[in-house]
Design a protein around this ligand. Structure first.
Ligand SMILES: Cc1cc2nc3c(=O)[nH]c(=O)nc-3n(C[C@H](O)[C@H](O)[C@H](O)COP(=O)(O)OP(=O)(O)OC[C@H]3O[C@@H](n4cnc5c(N)ncnc54)[C@H](O)[C@@H]3O)c2cc1C
Length: 311
């Protein structure tokens, strides 16, 4: 129930205005968002890439005009150039949301998002790194996979994301378990109806294992995006059973979440990639992080209440 309310609030402009205006939310946001600007984020990237890899997300989603989408492309181009200039590109790729590139715009949104994503892939290739296309709510799954498919013609290392909570995902895993395909498997972060998604946590976990088995047994490059210790143990078992070497798959976790597990895996010689978001448009991303864990919400509510009391 709380999760559903928070995910509804994540899309409400009124809630966004209220939450983003409170100065006391900043401290909580900082746990999950590396910085407002690229300059503030570069030291974080430098520190993390000492023993991990990163995928950097310039925050923003659900843009409403084409000009905003072009500004997002500029921001990614600037980011990728900086990753090259600072020698970070061997350990840093970028993650991109198609709704930030214009996917939802009424006129030719899909074509616009594809053109923009191509520009970002070309900028990534120029500095020797890759792009992963984040997955958003289920109404965009077909369009997103279609765009990834088209990007992979010219940029075969473009990563896709699949969400284990969707009932369709086992079939998508089979389609994407092809040589060279980089596939991030996550549980899924949006509020989806039972018609398309498993709503029960145990069912989502079982789906995750079925999907991961397909990816690990296939010829692609699985990216295991979870902080769930039980699923991490199962992933290690499936990788061993499939005879995979440590460089033929990777673990992925979010900036600020289970840093203890990230360090432990990296110490064991596993490849760990941290998803590092930065930028001022943190609201939607932040609300999804709150929705994932009730304890985060209590902490945040205290900060917000204190903020409201002083205004
Ligand atoms: C690298 C990466 C990329 C992702 N990309 C996408 C994407 O493109 N599309 C999408 O829909 N979802 C994406 N997600 C989010 C994902 O779908 C889940 O919502 C999120 O990872 C929580 O699920 P979990 O597998 O960690 O398991 P859970 O069962 O939710 O959590 C397991 C444990 O992890 C810790 N934990 C998890 N989340 C939090 C949190 N927010 N704060 C504090 N502790 C936490 C807790 O200790 C918890 O007990 C991504 C996740 C990762 C790690």
């Amino acid at each position: 129930m709380l999760r559903t309310l928070l995910l509804l609030a994540a899309r409400s402009p009124r809630c966004r205005d209220f939450v983003t205006r409170s100065p006391l939310t900043r401290g909580v946001v900082r746990r999950f968002v590396a910085g407002d600007t690229l300059d503030a984020t570069l030291p974080v990237l430098r520190q993390l890439t000492a023993d991990r890899h990163v995928t950097v997300d310039y925050l923003g989603e659900d843009i409403t005009d084409a000009e905003q989408a072009s500004r997002t492309v500029d921001a990614y181009t600037h980011l990728l150039t900086a990753l090259g200039e600072h020698g970070l590109a061997p350990r840093a790729e970028v993650s991109v949301k198609l709704s930030a590139l214009g996917l939802a715009l009424p006129r030719d949104g899909a074509q616009l998002a594809l053109d923009h994503a191509r520009q970002i892939c070309a900028a990534a290739e120029a500095v020797g790194t890759t792009v992963t296309v984040d997955m958003e709510d289920h109404t965009t799954t077909d369009a997103t996979l279609d765009i990834v498919h088209q990007l992979r013609v010219d940029f075969p290392r473009t990563g896709a994301v699949l969400q284990a909570y969707l009932r369709r995902t086992e079939a998508d895993c089979r389609d994407l378990a092809v040589p060279g395909a980089r596939v991030r498997l996550c549980k899924g972060a949006y509020d989806e109806p039972a018609t398309v998604a498993y709503r029960d946590r145990a069912e989502v976990d079982r789906s995750y294992v079925r999907c991961l088995r397909i990816l690990m047994d296939g010829p692609g490059y699985p990216m295991v995006a979870t902080h769930d210790p039980r699923l991490l143990r199962i992933a290690a078992f499936l990788a061993r059973s499939a005879g995979r070497s440590a460089d033929s798959y990777e673990y992925q976790m979010l900036y600020g979440v289970r840093t203890d597990l990230q360090a432990a895996l990296a110490d064991r010689g596993e490849r760990v990639r941290v998803y590092v978001p930065y930028g001022e448009q943190w609201y939607g991303y932040f609300m999804r992080r709150l929705a994932e864990r009730p304890a985060n919400t209590a902490f945040f509510a205290r900060a917000l209440f204190a903020g409201g009391a002083v205004r």
